[in-house]
Design a protein around this ligand. Structure first.
Ligand SMILES: C[S@@+](CC[C@H](N)C(=O)[O-])C[C@H]1O[C@@H](n2cnc3c(N)ncnc32)[C@H](O)[C@@H]1O
Length: 255
């Protein structure tokens, strides 16, 4: 039974980090005209109303997009994706990808939660978008290597299922064996409990050429365990490290 709903957390500091890193990676990849595959294992609902009661209840966007938006240059690909959304809604990662990708690229989006899946189907339509009500890890395995072969996969679980921490390194080994040219971006929280530490160490041992990028921020509320956000990127596009270094500077203002 899945209980996590991203609307309570949309636009928080972790979302800004993950979505800005994703936008940078897609910006580098789309500099070449060759078509891309975009695969997302945990898509969420696609678009978020930050004025909805759920988002207002936690007010996590206050420390995230509300505070950080002005720190981004107007031509940053994340800002381009934000500006492309209807009615000022906050874009989840699938909507960011749709804003930055081209008609020749194909998006595969997996979402298991029935309500989130229905909302995703409503918010992201298009001839080049396939929405799957399926376990994202299994879908990704069955799609790899995708057509087109160039592309990016975002893995963004809520880690509600604690087994994800041990599952991901083994699963990723299977993905990279089948798709050695794919850019794979795995998001993880930095928790005060350190629950992510072993997973990150295992990923780094297995993929020594991958990029790890982490930012820290104060907890959204007293006692909240998330104190930062990380992305682990296999086969990073050339130049991404410079974009991520700039992102570190933006987050330095939060600590
Ligand atoms: C952190 S949210 C995704 C947020 C989204 N990637 C974004 O940045 O806008 C995680 C989502 O994964 C869904 N989910 C959980 N387990 C899943 C699974 N095994 N396969 C696909 N979706 C899953 C949850 O219902 C939730 O909507």
């Amino acid at each position: 039974m899945l209980s996590y709903q991203h609307l309570y957390h949309a636009g928080n500091a972790a979302d800004v980090h993950k979505h800005a890193a994703l936008a940078l990676a897609l910006d580098y990849l789309t500099r070449k005209p060759k078509p891309l595959s975009y695969i997302e294992t945990h898509a969420g609902r696609g678009l978020y109303d930050l004025d909805a009661p759920e988002a207002r209840k936690t007010a996590e966007a206050a420390q995230g997009i509300t505070r950080l938006r002005a720190a981004f240059p107007a031509d940053h690909p994340y800002i381009t994706a934000l500006n492309a959304q209807p009615g000022g809604l906050y874009p989840g990662s699938p909507a960011i990808a749709r804003a930055l990708l081209r008609e020749t690229d194909h998006l595969h989006l997996a979402e298991l939660h029935p309500q989130e899946f229905a909302a995703l189907q409503g918010s992201l339509r298009g001839a080049n978008i396939s929405v799957h009500k399926q376990d994202g890890f299994t879908l990704a395995q069955s799609l790899c290597p995708p057509t087109p072969r160039r592309g990016l996969m975002l893995v963004d679980p809520s880690y509600e299922v604690k087994a994800d921490y041990t599952r991901i390194p083994k699963w990723l080994a299977g993905i990279t064996r089948k798709w050695n040219v794919g850019v794979v971006m795995i998001w993880y929280p930095l928790l005060s409990s350190g629950a992510q530490t072993q997973m990150v160490a295992a990923l780094q041992r297995a993929h020594p050429d991958a990029l790890t990028h982490e930012v820290r921020f104060p907890p959204a509320r007293a006692g909240h365990g998330m104190i930062g956000s990380g992305v682990f990127i296999v086969t990073p596009p050339f130049g991404l490290d410079a974009g991520l270094a700039h992102l570190s500077g933006i987050f330095a203002g939060l600590t």
